[in-house]
Write a protein that binds this ligand. Structure first.
Ligand code: UD1
Length: 422
């Protein structure tokens, strides 16, 4: 397995381009199952999770081609569709569950394996099942597979989710777009990736209003057509690279970034003493003098502080002046990076869903192990600020969500290299 070696070398300066959002693209790609005409996604990120979704869609009968070095994905689903999403592919990535809604809408039946993905909590499927059941699906769990069917197709309905699940909102949106009649989803997730999916579905002919709020209204249509849609910029990649100058000093402009997609995070950076500015090309971040101030962080559904930036923020707070408390309210087991940061000299105590970080003046390079996608990059950030060499192993997690991380960081002056496994 590949490793990444990072050597802390002081302030970094330059520009980093932000890719299309992984999480938006993973929801947009299954929308191809809803139409027999082609769906073209521009600004797609080049990531292993995107390749896994392509593999899954191909196994269901879609034809996927990647153009312009993988930045454009063209998907078409005009032939026969296989309703079975097999365990061998689905286990690689939780977002595979996003084929359930579209398959049900297009075929009236589907068999989808329970998903895998980062081991950051239980991540059950009950909210998806309840949402699709409200639209008239009958769903049973048999031998690790969800067996779903409808009697005469999906029917519009009003449903309130017990929690604003991102994936369940996406499945509901896609399914309700082809259901008969009007659907209303209450307590819907409001993440920018949902708005991006709704925008794409509208371009395909869907009638959706209220995305970006907690109540979405969908008027079902008989068929959807093809469309071309640009994937929204990745706010999590943006936040991650905004932390580079915050943690090592210097100034970095993240090209294509939008602060309006990441306001709660920017507000915490401001409280920590980091300057953030929206420029015409992106987001410029700088830290000039002195140590960062400790701040408390609570992760919440959008527009709250994103759980997907909690690990990276913890890396920053390890060297802050004072004590910070991070509360994780989305995933119960999302502090696996803490023991690795301890190996680098951090002072962190974890109690259930809270982590208390007592800032230290300097981190020290160490051999550490990536445990999930965002944890991996938090260790790289910590390595950029540490004295000496940090070796991060198991970086396959990183490749699921960050394209060319070592190239992007080298371009702003970081000493970082990938060591290929034999
Ligand atoms: C998506 C993101 C992920 C992000 C998360 C929260 C993608 C591909 N992934 O994941 O990066 O961290 O949103 O912002 O977009 N839950 C249930 N039952 C369900 C579904 C979810 O209990 O049926 C729980 C989960 O265990 C978790 C919480 O709800 O504790 C949030 O999950 P959800 O919003 O569904 O996240 P994902 O869509 O899986």
């Amino acid at each position: 397995m590949d490793s990444i070696i990072v050597r802390g070398n002081g302030p970094l300066k330059g520009q980093i381009p932000i890719a299309g959002a992984k999480n938006a693209c993973l929801a947009l790609m299954p929308a191809t199952l809803l139409s027999d005409e082609p769906l073209t996604l521009t600004n797609a990120p080049r990531l292993s999770d995107i390749r896994t979704m392509s593999e899954l869609l191909a196994s269901l009968g879609a034809e996927i081609s990647t153009l312009q070095e993988g930045k454009v994905l063209a998907a078409s689903c005009h032939g026969e569709i296989n309703p079975v999403a097999d365990y061998d592919i689905v286990r690689k990535m939780r977002a595979s569950n996003l084929v359930l809604g579209p398959l049900l809408a297009r075929l009236g039946h589907a068999v989808v394996s329970l998903p895998g993905g980062c081991a950051i909590g239980a991540r059950p499927m009950d909210i998806h099942v309840d949402a699709l059941t409200a639209l008239g699906a009958e769903i049973e769990l048999k031998e690790g597979y969800l067996h779903a069917k409808t009697r005469g197709g999906l029917k519009g309905a009003t449903h309130e989710m017990r929690f604003a699940s991102v994936g369940a909102t996406e499945n509901f949106l896609m399914a309700a777009s082809l259901a008969k009649g009007t659907s209303v989803l209450k307590n819907a997730a409001r993440e920018p990736e949902i708005v991006d999916l709704a925008t794409c579905l509208r371009a395909m002919g869907a009638q959706i209003e209220g995305d970006g709020t907690s109540e979405i209204v969908i008027e079902g249509v008989d068929r959807l057509h093809g469309a071309t849609h640009p994937v929204v910029a990745d706010r999590i990649e943006l936040g991650t690279y905004m932390l580079v100058p915050a943690i090592c000093g210097g100034e970095v402009e993240c090209l294509g970034g939008r602060v309006d997609l990441i306001e709660s995070f920017c507000e915490r950076l401001d409280a920590a003493g980091i300057s953030v500015e929206q420029t015409k090309d992106g987001v410029k971040v700088s830290r000039k003098n002195g140590r960062v101030r400790a701040v408390d962080v609570v992760t919440e559904p959008f527009p709250g502080f994103p759980t997907d930036l909690q690990a990276q923020m913890m890396a920053l707070l390890c060297t802050a002046e004072g004590t910070s408390v991070l509360e994780e309210k989305i995933f119960e087991n999302r502090f696996m990076h803490a023991p690795e940061l301890l190996r680098m000299g951090a002072n962190i105590e974890v109690h259930g869903g809270h982590a208390t970080v007592h800032g230290v003046e300097k981190l020290k390079g160490a051999r550490v192990m990536a445990t999930d996608l965002r944890a991996s990059v938090s260790l790289i950030l910590a390595g950029l600020a540490a004295e000496g060499e940090t070796v991060v192993s198991r970086v396959y997690h990183l490749d699921r969500g960050y394209e060319r991380v070592e190239d992007k960081l080298s371009a702003v002056g970081a000493q970082i290299e990938r060591v290929k496994a034999d």
